[in-house]
Design a protein around this ligand. Sequence first.
Ligand SMILES: [Zn+2]
Length: 228
Amino acid sequence: MEMALHRAFIFLGPPGAGKGTQSMRFAERRAVPHLSTGDMLRDAVSRGTELGRLAKPIMERGDLVPDEVVVKMIEERLDGSDCAAGVVFDGFPRTLPQAVQLGRVLEEKGFGKPVVVDLEVGPEVLMRRLTGRRTCSVCGEIYNVYDAPPRVPDVCDRDGGKLVQRADDRPEVVQERLAAYEHQTRPLTEYYRRLGVLLTVDASSGVEEVRRALDDTLERAEGRDGRL
Ligand SMILES: [Zn+2]
């Protein structure tokens, strides 16, 4: 079935769901830009654009850049000729007001309703993925003590570097991150479900399997009338 052009895909999922990896690979397969608002902001700051100069002091203080600024940035980005065939959003929207604003912008820019992919993973699997993660202090290689352990505990296979746990991945911090997601972002799935644009994908298995499940789900949805 022919894929409708000019479509926006939004990826939702808790920390540890593999949202970054899956959305990036999906954008590659569809040959459309992958829009991570975090990356876009850092890029705007480093290039010293008007928005970048506005966002810089806010980011340096460790504060969240206001929604209006981020939405403005997205609006400008969507005018890029490379967005004509569609775009993939990663990490935005995170809140209901952001979703409403993004919906308005997409409508204005002729994208119509987005297609929203919700990567679902149970809390036990997320805890394992996040609290099990260890990073080599020398080369940055990532391991998981449960799913992808090094040959020798706490030692990098490649260079013998010591493996460390990021502060973000300590169990108590992971609990907080997951709770914040439930509180702030979970209402989005309900919002998009009611709009009839939510596709749920089981993301509890490995990267390759999730990729297949994602493609199958989209194919089935697009197959009905090519419009979802
Ligand atoms: Zn290493």
